[in-house]
Write a new protein. Structure first.
Length: 491
């Protein structure tokens, strides 16, 4: 993925710091509870929500099974419509492609639609290194950019900022990026939005190059789709002379009929709307309407490796609605920055370690950034079983094993720091395979229960810092069964 987040600490250390910020926790709690309550009401309006959820999962699964076919189809349909298709194996290749495409126009400024893929690859930083200024036009992304910050939420990147902080950022930084903020700017949301609108208008009218991602790509026609709520996307997609769209290869849907399902589930799951205020679609180029040059950069960056994992591949069904973040008790308390990735929250905890691997301490810690409560699975509009993938990735971290990296099968070594966990699991497996040993252990534990400590020593200390050790009963279920049931009685 991107080098933007390199050097960040592992999740436990980052979360230990962020959870001490009372202001951040209050802001996150209010925002996530508000969004999820609205989402619940919007979803409840549809009697067939469960069927739509199953349909979305089935469409994504079918697309992923035949991804090679649909990618070839997209290349053909986009090219036939006047567009140019480029393939990027990783972040470096994608950044190089986009940089060269912008240089070919002779421009040194671009306007951007909010895009998770470009955050993932660190495109803004790559363009800056080449002397090209990229201006974010989504309001929340603008706040993050002006504040020299990092996004912390899929849908609301500046969710960690309150409006007073936003006012101060606008007053301090807007003058360095373009139109100066009004001297009497207040923290009233309408005043802040108006300041951003005036600041961005000059960018829209001047820019000759636009950069976007896409929520979906319809394979049968080569049509790209962006849904948004502010209208900035519509301007970026129509005003510039050149449009460059960077899209993950998993964003494909086969037909317009398939797209219909997601245009019902995505708005309700993300912004709690029946439909997005702006749904923009574009197919290649059209004379005298919109950009005259269109480039589609199809990004892999670990996605085909993820596809090779039969359990983990379901993460590629994600439509980036952020519903899982808004119900996650860990995200609510730790915030998005603690995940050290463009993808925070539960989906980030399973997607990032697959796209980036688990070689670093940070990435190896992400599958543990969850209580496994399952709330994320319940709200996911494409039924990604996030707890299942988390457990699967924890096993990979602790045990190592075969994975696919850049198309080649390799064997990972177990991550450092999990020797005690591996020993405990091996001991448990040995005992569970031997009923007599298990029974003897249960009886011994019952007879010595008065001597058991209330807190565990060593590696177990962190576990008992926040919970009690379960009390051992005076008698195991196995012994109770034999004592209370006559021999041969099946009841």
């Amino acid at each position: 993925m991107s080098g933007t987040y390199l050097g960040m600490p592992a999740f436990p250390k980052a979360a230990a710091e962020s959870t001490q910020d009372a202001s951040l926790r209050g802001t996150l709690r209010h925002a996530t509870h508000t969004i999820r309550d609205k989402r619940a009401k919007a979803v409840a309006e549809l009697d067939d929500w469960a069927q739509l959820r199953d349909a979305g999962a089935a469409i994504k699964n079918r697309t992923l099974r035949h991804l090679d076919h649909y990618l070839k189809q997209v290349e053909a349909t986009v090219t036939a419509a006047g567009g140019h298709v480029h393939w990027a194996a990783d972040a470096d290749e994608a950044n190089h492609l986009v940089t060269e495409l912008v240089r070919m126009t002779g421009e040194t400024e671009v306007v951007k639609v909010k895009s998770m893929a470009t955050q993932e690859i660190g495109l803004n930083q790559a363009l800056e290194g080449a002397g090209i200024h990229a201006y974010e036009t989504d309001l929340a992304e603008l706040i993050v950019q002006l504040g020299d910050d990092l996004p912390s939420h899929l849908l609301v990147p500046a969710i960690h900022r309150n409006r007073t902080e936003i006012r101060d950022i606008f007053r301090r930084e807007m003058k360095h990026w373009g139109r100066t903020a009004p001297a009497d700017l207040t923290d009233d949301p309408r005043a802040l939005a108006e300041a951003a609108r005036l600041h961005l208008r000059e960018k829209f009218l001047r820019a000759k190059v636009g950069i976007s991602g896409a929520n979906f790509v319809v394979a049968e026609t080569g049509t790209l789709v962006v849904v948004e709520s502010e209208g900035n996307g519509r301007r970026c997609l129509t005003l510039p002379e050149t449009l460059i769209s960077v899209v993950g290869i998993e964003k494909l849907v086969p037909t317009w009929q398939d797209l219909e399902v997601f245009l019902q589930t995505l708005p309700r799951s993300s912004t709690a709307e029946r439909m997005n205020p702006y749904t923009s679609t574009w197919t290649g180029t059209t004379d005298d309407d919109g950009p005259q040059t269109f480039h589609l950069v199809l990004l892999d960056n670990g996605r085909t490796d993820t596809l090779a994992d039969e359990v983990g591949r379901q993460a590629l069904r994600c439509i980036r609605c952020s519903a899982c973040l808004n119900v996650c008790p860990v995200y609510e308390r730790a915030g998005g920055h603690a995940y050290g990735s463009a993808y925070p929250g539960p989906i980030g905890a399973i997607l990032t370690p697959q796209l980036r691997g688990t070689a670093t301490e940070l990435d190896a810690s992400l599958p543990y950034a969850s209580s496994l409560c399952g709330a994320c699975y319940e709200v996911c509009p494409v039924a990604i079983d996030i707890p299942e993938v988390l457990v699967h990735l924890r096993e990979r971290v602790v045990q190592g094993g075969a994975v696919t990296i850049r198309g080649e099968r390799r064997t990972l070594k177990p991550a450092k720091g999990h020797a005690a966990e591996r020993a405990a699991m091996r001991a448990a497996r040995w005992a569970l395979d031997r009923p007599a040993v298990l029974g003897a252990g249960q009886r011994l534990a019952a007879r010595t229960r008065r001597l058991h400590p209330k807190r565990l020593p060593g590696p177990g200390r962190a576990w008992t810092d926040t919970r009690d050790i379960p009390a051992v009963p005076a008698e195991s279920f196995r012994d109770w069964w034999h004592r209370t049931r006559p021999e041969g009685d099946p009841k």
